[in-house]
Design a protein around this ligand. Structure first.
Ligand SMILES: NC(=O)c1ccc[n+]([C@@H]2O[C@H](COP(=O)([O-])OP(=O)(O)OC[C@H]3O[C@@H](n4cnc5c(N)ncnc54)[C@H](O)[C@@H]3O)[C@@H](O)[C@H]2O)c1
Length: 270
């Protein structure tokens, strides 16, 4: 029988809130492929979400950590290494939140304290996680770190507001840290730019539903589902992608390279 893709591998998954979460789907797929996982989320999400249900299904332990708090992240890596009995092989950053998006402030009239919070939660947290892992030497050689991004990092999209700037920073951190982590420890760092997906974070963006259908009309393969995103992440965690690092990888059914489609143009007549 073929070996499971993540057999013998251990990892930390940030950001599973409920069964719609991209992190939830990834935890399930990683578990199916033989990985041992440790789950984490912000303390507030522990109360509001369903992470304990997921932990039971995956036989995983849950360690709360606010991804903006370095002490929490240090504690998380220390405890995770105790649980799995050594270094981890993969980490998923699946974290995003903008108070400006939540409160629907226009991009031209953002609250700048909120803007800093958006950047801290959605981008700087990735640097904090990578820096902590690097200092603690918590990721094994040829390990793989993935964060989830969105194409509004490259192309302007009304409604995404300061999250667009946060995603641009997130992708840049993957490139910058990926250089040092690759050189020093042979650890890969990539971002995946995912299609619009109906999750709690996705649904919080104004105009999400119409944009979801628009993207689905333009992408030759249609929007990439959360399940297929989980497959792609698991492949990046596996040994099948050992030489891929510092990349922003589009997982969007071709949307990023399609200018239009017959379906989208049909709305305007001939
Ligand atoms: N849903 C989409 O359309 C879409 C598309 C592309 C990229 N993404 C990205 O995918 C990632 C996961 O989002 P999702 O769509 O699965 O939604 P989600 O709401 O299920 O996940 C977002 C997670 O971020 C966590 N989080 C927020 N603040 C945190 C903090 N301070 N510390 C730790 N965790 C914190 C939340 O608790 C939640 O679990 C995000 O980075 C999001 O921007 C989503």
């Amino acid at each position: 029988m073929a070996k499971a893709l993540l057999e013998g591998k251990k990892g930390i998954i940030f950001g599973a809130l409920d069964e719609k979460s991209l992190a939830w789907k990834t935890a399930m797929r990683a578990h199916e492929e033989g990985a041992q996982i440790v789950l984490t989320n912000a303390p507030v999400a522990m109360r509001l979400g369903k992470i304990n249900e997921l932990a039971e299904i995956c036989g995983a332990e849950v360690i709360p950590a606010d991804a903006t708090n370095v002490e929490d992240i240090e504690n998380l890596f220390t405890k995770a290494m105790e649980i799995v009995g050594g270094k981890v092989d993969f980490v998923l950053h699946s974290i995003g939140m903008s108070p400006n998006v939540r409160k629907d402030f226009p991009y031209t009239d953002l609250n700048h304290d909120f803007f800093l919070k958006t950047l801290d939660i959605s981008a700087l947290s990735f640097h904090k996680i990578l820096q902590t892992a690097y200092k603690q030497d918590a990721i094994s050689e040829w390990g793989s770190v993935v964060a989830l991004s969105y194409i509004a990092a490259q192309r302007t999209m009304p409604g995404y507001k300061d999250m667009a700037d946060a995603k641009a920073m997130l992708e840049s951190i993957a490139r910058s840290f990926g250089y040092y982590y690759g050189k020093e420890k042979k650890v890969r760092v990539n971002t995946i730019s995912q299609s619009p997906t109906l999750t709690t974070a996705g649904a919080g963006i104004k105009g999400f539903n119409s944009f979801y259908h628009y993207a689905n009309d333009i992408a030759p393969l249609g929007n990439a589902s959360a399940d297929s995103c989980a497959d792609y992440i698991v492949m990046l965690f596996s040994d099948m992608c050992k030489m891929v690092t510092m990349q922003n990888l589009y997982h969007d059914g071709g949307f990023s390279y399609a200018l239009s489609s017959e379906e989208a143009l049909a709305h305007y007549g001939d």
